[in-house]
Design a protein around this ligand. Structure first.
Ligand SMILES: CC(=O)SCCNC(=O)CCNC(=O)[C@H](O)C(C)(C)COP(=O)(O)OP(=O)(O)OC[C@H]1O[C@@H](n2cnc3c(N)ncnc32)[C@H](O)[C@@H]1OP(=O)(O)O
Ligand SMILES: O=CC(=O)O
Ligand SMILES: [Mg+2]
Length: 549
């Protein structure tokens, strides 16, 4: 890493009475990075850190404390101290901002230049521009993504591929909803010095949010849209409160009206599922809706209950469908909670993706995705996600069939839904089993995905499924749990370290034949994740500090 090259001029203020910290750039400046990392922008990021960096650390500590209580045997619950908020039927959230009223199909994906243009031309209503599950957070990807977003918003983006294919924007483009990194992630290419001169960690969330809102809020508003965000991996309503305060501060600092920023919160942790009302309430001036982030939700369940014995062991990943009772309970509760508060309920991602070179695979993917979207639309979801442009029409047909000309179905109340705490954490799966094939699949997928991530690609098609950080987390955490809980497979073989180790080496050997691979590092890291005594909270955190430049 190079020495500091940018030091802030601390003249930019939103509140001139507050002492200023500063941000220095440690990473290399690629072409155009200086425009994103301008002195004013960095001063704004520093101001966010002055106010929120310490509180972010407090929230992360609260996560660890709560996990320790779960490990000791307590279970998530609907919080007694916030009962009044849940029972008070009178409050509502701000709801959809301009351009978010009809969000029936949302395409998700990373922000490299080609995919940015492809997503903008996909025909979806919304593009979830992703700096999270589908983006490997290399310095190049993170700041390059900000450049591409800035250019896409201003319609000043084009691209020519190495093969000579030209890309430019079509007439109709989706509303952009940007997903910053979660609270747990840091940005190691920036350094924060607090007002007293102490060195502090830079939050990936505050950097991503701060740069996007700083450069684009006014432009988005002028174009009839707004600064909109997906908030990932929240574990409690107090984390939502922190986001809300960051939004309010940014609105004041940038001179935009309170409530212009809109957030859609991913409910993708087991604890957040118990605090949906409270999360909406904390963000009520800024909230557009909730999303059922199924993959991280499964990961969170495995992680939270990893030491809690046989009742908490989930079967093979491919048996964890959206129709198993605890996933039904979660999604139904999400729709009910959202509509009661005037919020959109947005569905999740089916992992099946088409293969343009294989019509049979494509046909199967279309069928599976259509089934998934049909169920979501009938359950009351107002919109849903797709991972690939060819799936936009498939999902739209299912949402159209239920919505017709209506932009959403927020007015459909699901008073028929009653979900208890037991429903959310009763993890029984009828006929579920851990199999030898399930073990091998988890090893294969986790290894391939980590290799891809290390090479800077945070989403990958592996065996015709979309894999990203969330799905890979499921694979590696299942392996850890099955080993540590002494699971015996359906075929009668115990899941033991030696066997997992053997398959990691075997698949790494195959992977090492592929050009540009990082198979050896991926294998070493996967072994640490699944064979070690410790269970890292996120695979991305140690992988980032150790391997990414
Ligand atoms: C758990 C969660 O958080 S889910 C949300 C996070 N995950 C994601 O967003 C995954 C998004 N999807 C993707 O990244 C990709 O679809 C992948 C990696 C899974 C597959 O991508 P590819 O292997 O390139 O697929 P494929 O070759 O079929 O792509 C065909 C074209 O569609 C484009 N494309 C594919 N997916 C997307 C997308 N999500 N957004 C924009 N363009 C896309 C490709 O760039 C390619 O364009 P080209 O013909 O101009 O070269
Ligand atoms: O972010 C979405 C998920 O499923 O995880
Ligand atoms: Mg997720």
């Amino acid at each position: 890493m190079t020495s500091p090259i940018t030091v802030l001029d601390p003249s930019f203020t939103a509140d001139s009475t507050t002492p200023r910290g500063r941000i220095e750039v440690l990473g290399p400046l690629e072409p155009g990075f200086d425009e994103i990392l301008s002195e004013e922008a960095l001063t704004f990021i520093a101001a966010l850190h002055d106010r929120f960096a310490r509180r972010r650390c407090d929230r992360l500590k609260a996560r660890r404390d709560r996990q320790a209580r779960f490990a000791a045997g307590s279970s998530p619950e609907f919080l007694p101290e916030t009962k009044e908020i849940r029972e008070d039927a009178s409050w509502r959230v701000a709801g959809a901002g301009p351009g978010l009223v009809d969000r029936r199909v949302e395409i998700t994906g990373p922000t490299d230049r080609k995919m940015t243009i492809n997503a903008m031309n996909s025909g979806a209503k919304v593009w979830l521009a992703d700096h999270e599950d589908s983006l490997s957070p290399t310095w190049s990807n993170m700041i390059g993504g900000q450049i591409n977003l800035r250019d896409a918003i201003r319609r000043e983006i084009d691209f020519v591929s190495p093969e000579g294919k030209e890309y430019r924007l079509g007439e109709e483009t989706p509303t952009i909803v940007f997903r910053p990194r979660g609270w747990h992630l840091t940005e190691q290419h920036l350094q924060y010095t607090d007002p007293k001169g102490g060195r502090g960690t830079v939050s990936g969330s505050l950097v991503d949010f701060g740069l996007y809102v700083f450069h684009n809020a006014h432009e988005l508003i002028a174009r009839g849209s707004g600064p909109y965000f997906y908030l990932p991996k929240l574990e409690s309503h107090l984390e939502a409160r922190l986001w809300n305060e960051a939004f309010t501060f940014a609105e004041e600092a940038l001179g935009i009206e309170h409530g212009t920023i809109r957030a859609t919160v991913l409910i993708e942790t087991i604890t957040a599922a118990f605090e949906m009302d409270e999360i909406l309430y904390e963000l009520r001036d800024h909230c557009a809706g909730l999303n059922a982030g199924r993959w991280d939700y499964l990961f969170s369940i495995i992680k939270t209950f990893r030491n809690r014995g046989r009742d908490f062991i989930l079967p093979d990943r491919n048996q964890l469908t959206m129709t198993v009772p605890f996933m039904r309970a979660y999604t139904e509760l999400l729709v009910r909670t959202c509509h009661r508060r005037g919020a959109h309920a947005i569905g999740g991602m089916s992992a099946f993706i088409p293969n343009r070179r294989d019509p049979e695979i494509t046909e199967q993917a279309f069928e599976k995705v259509a089934d998934d979207k049909r169920r979501e639309a009938r359950d009351g979801f107002d919109g849903t996600w797709v991972a690939h442009p060819d799936l936009v029409p498939v999902a739209r047909a299912e949402l159209d069939a239920v919505l017709g000309d209506r932009p959403n179905q927020v007015d459909r109340q699901r008073d028929d839904v009653e979900v208890t705490a037991e429903d959310l954490i009763d993890l029984r799966v009828e006929g579920g089993s851990v199999t030898n094939a399930g073990i091998r699949q988890n090893i294969f997928v986790a290894l391939r995905y980590i290799d891809s991530w290390l090479r800077g690609q945070g989403a990958a098609a592996i065996d015709n499924l979309m894999e990203d950080a969330a799905t890979a987390e499921i694979s590696r955490s299942q392996l850890w749990q099955w080993i540590n809980q002494g699971v015996i497979t359906e075929e009668g073989r115990p899941v033991v370290r030696e066997r997992v180790d053997y398959f990691i080496d075997r698949y790494a050997g195959e992977l090492s034949e592929i050009e540009g691979n990082r198979a050896a590092e991926a294998a070493e890291f996967l072994k640490e994740l699944v064979l070690g005594e410790e269970f890292p909270d996120f695979l991305t955190t140690p992988a980032y500090s150790r391997y990414l430049k």
